[in-house]
Design a protein around this ligand. Structure first.
Ligand SMILES: Nc1ncnc2c1ncn2[C@@H]1O[C@H](COP(=O)(O)OP(=O)(O)OP(=O)(O)O)[C@@H](O)[C@H]1O
Ligand SMILES: [Mg+2]
Length: 560
């Protein structure tokens, strides 16, 4: 049991540390609340004992304590709630920042459904934590206030009550132990459900056309996980309920025990009735503490998940959130010398190795990268963009070595449209002239009738894949970076546009002084290249400078 509760407390302390002053104020207000509540209790108790009509002083004091009790409960509750949300907000910021700063290989390895579960469910649980915290602070103060009140009446009776209550609580904790054990299973089932949800949406088309897969997925996986989650939640809820019922019942046990013990402990009837009244009053706050425990333990599981993810993304790159654009440089030459990348080792398979590759790229060149599927073209592109770390070798830009410290500045020299590109719905448009340019590009790319741009925001992304890639191309025009990378940009384009891309757009970009790296399978248009780098199984096998005589030449001159 201790091993279960301790990490929760250690975790709570860790999370709350930055807010201890504010929490102290909330706790003080909570104690004021308990003071007012216990005072009201004492007034009621005294008036009951006196056996006469309520005294004037009691009638005068009652509303005062009442207002204080009400106001302080709201104030301390609100403040602890605010602190809880503060914690959640800072965790959200910290977690998303970690993902933002994580190196690409780590992001590619992590299972996205687990990241989503951590960001949604777990951080959500931490807001439940703030609510539990509210109960907890106020309830603990109330229990302490009552304890002092009772101690003042009769120390032997107080000690007897504490002993009986502690005994019954041991039983309650035993049940709670079983309940805690179910929480990890609950979380695992939830993770799995999240994964199935992903398949449900992303695999909708595949599921529609295969009855066999649909059956297997729905009954075999989805429903069984849903049922497992239901059962495990039922189990933990029942155990927590039993713990709370035991706790409730313990107060009646306590009242009964006091009735039996009072004559032996020298307590008169008046003292006994004060005790019973106070103990029944304490029932609510104590149960609140007990009931908030599952919330705390869920938080513990969530915290572990969040921490696990944090540790996964521990190797952050230098602060990518640093503001300000890097100094614009005049691109002259990019050099890869003995560059090599090895994928992280996967069980049962030899990791793919790219390189070592030597490559020099001069301003205004069009380099085509060709090769079979899986030969390493995309990997090379990611290496060139500084998205994958070099295992060996070096990259130099204008002769200057790319290091961890300047890698992010280095990346700012590139525009890239990846094969699995993501299109943000806002274009980085600097001014009205740029907006005007966007409109003319939209015309040019034959999508002006589908999309408009208002204040840099695209009116829709509900377009075909080929059309969306054209929008991405506009982003590239706007970015004005010296190096542009296309990873099979033309794969989804119709024959007309494919031709326009290879014979007009590439040449135009070249004329603007850009250096192009074009991954392509379109051998018809290899003639558009100044040079071709052919990759086989991760190695550069041929580098051709000459363009096939029969291929179309780009409408370009070498001068920028
Ligand atoms: N995330 C990954 N983890 C481990 N190995 C990977 C990963 N991605 C790719 N690989 C390995 O790297 C090799 C090269 O992949 P890459 O994507 O660079 O090929 P490509 O030449 O771009 O192929 P395609 O023409 O199909 O786009 C693959 O054969 C695969 O074995
Ligand atoms: Mg590829």
């Amino acid at each position: 049991m201790k091993a279960q509760v301790k990490p929760v407390i250690a975790f709570a302390v860790e999370l709350l540390r930055p807010y201890w002053r504010r929490l102290l104020v909330a706790a003080a207000i909570g104690c004021l609340n308990s003071f007012a509540a216990v005072s009201l209790l004492a007034i009621i108790d005294r008036e009951l004992r006196s056996g006469t009509a309520a005294s004037l002083s009691a009638l005068a004091a009652f509303p005062g304590f009442f207002v204080v009790m009400l106001a302080s409960e709201i104030a301390s509750g609100a403040e602890t709630g605010f602190i809880g949300q503060e914690i959640v907000a800072s965790l959200r910021k910290e977690m998303t920042k970690k993902v933002l700063l994580a190196p690409i290989p780590e992001i590619e390895q992590v299972q996205s459904h687990r990241v989503l579960a951590a960001l949604q469910q777990d951080v959500g649980n931490l807001s439940g934590f703030s609510r539990a915290l509210t109960y907890f602070v106020v309830a603990v103060c109330e229990v302490l206030g009552c304890a002092i009140y009772l101690l003042y009446f009769s120390a032997p009776m107080f000690l007897a009550s504490a002993a009986v209550w502690a005994g019954s609580y041991l039983v309650t904790r035993y049940v709670l132990k079983g309940a805690y054990a179910t929480l990890a299973d609950e979380r695992a089932a939830y993770d799995e459900l999240q994964k199935h949800y992903g398949a449900l949406i992303n695999g909708a088309k595949e599921l529609k056309i295969s009855r066999e897969r649909r059956e297997r997925f729905y009954r075999g996986e989805l429903v069984s996980t849903i049922h497992r989650l239901r059962d495990v939640i039922n189990k933990s809820a029942t155990l927590f309920l039993a713990a709370s019922a035991l706790d409730n019942a313990s107060f009646f046990l306590l009242a009964g025990a006091l009735l039996a013990l009072a004559p032996h402990l020298g307590a008169d009837t008046a003292t006994l009735s004060s005790f019973v009244l106070a103990i029944l009053f304490m029932r609510t706050p104590v149960s609140m503490v007990i009931l908030s425990l599952p919330e705390f333990s869920r938080v513990r599981v969530s915290f572990e998940k969040v921490r696990e993810l944090s540790e996964r993304f521990a190797s952050l790159e230098s602060d990518l959130l640093a503001e300000g654009a890097p100094a614009k440089i005049e691109f002259k030459e990019l050099e890869l010398r003995g560059a090599q990348y090895v994928f992280p080792h996967a069980a049962g398979a030899m990791p793919f190795t790219l390189g070592p590759i030597d490559l020099v790229l001069k301003k205004g060149e069009i380099l085509f990268v060709t090769g079979e599927n899986g030969s390493g073209k995309t990997t090379l592109v990611k290496l060139l963009l500084g998205l994958y770390p070099l295992k060996q070798g070096e990259i130099r830009l204008n002769g200057e070595l790319v290091t961890d410290a300047n890698r992010d500045d280095y990346r700012q020299n590139f525009s890239a449209i990846f094969f699995d590109f993501y299109l943000f719905d806002d274009l980085i448009v600097a001014d009205e002239a740029a907006s005007e340019a966007v409109r003319s590009y939209l015309e040019r790319l034959n999508i002006a009738h589908k999309v408009t741009v208002e204040e840099g925001r695209l009116s829709t992304l509900e377009l075909s894949t080929g059309q969306r890639k054209r929008l991405a191309l506009i982003g590239t025009y706007l970015e004005q970076r010296p190096l542009v990378v296309f990873d099979e940009w033309a794969a989804e384009q119709d024959p007309t546009f494919r031709r326009i891309f290879y014979t007009e757009i590439l040449g135009e970009l070249k004329r603007q002084g850009k250096t192009l790296i074009v991954v392509s399978h379109d051998d018809r248009y290899f003639g558009a290249a100044d040079r071709i780098l052919h990759i086989r199984e991760g190695k550069a096998v041929a580098e051709g400078h000459e363009r096939p005589k029969d291929g179309p030449a780009p409408a370009a001159s070498t001068s920028p």
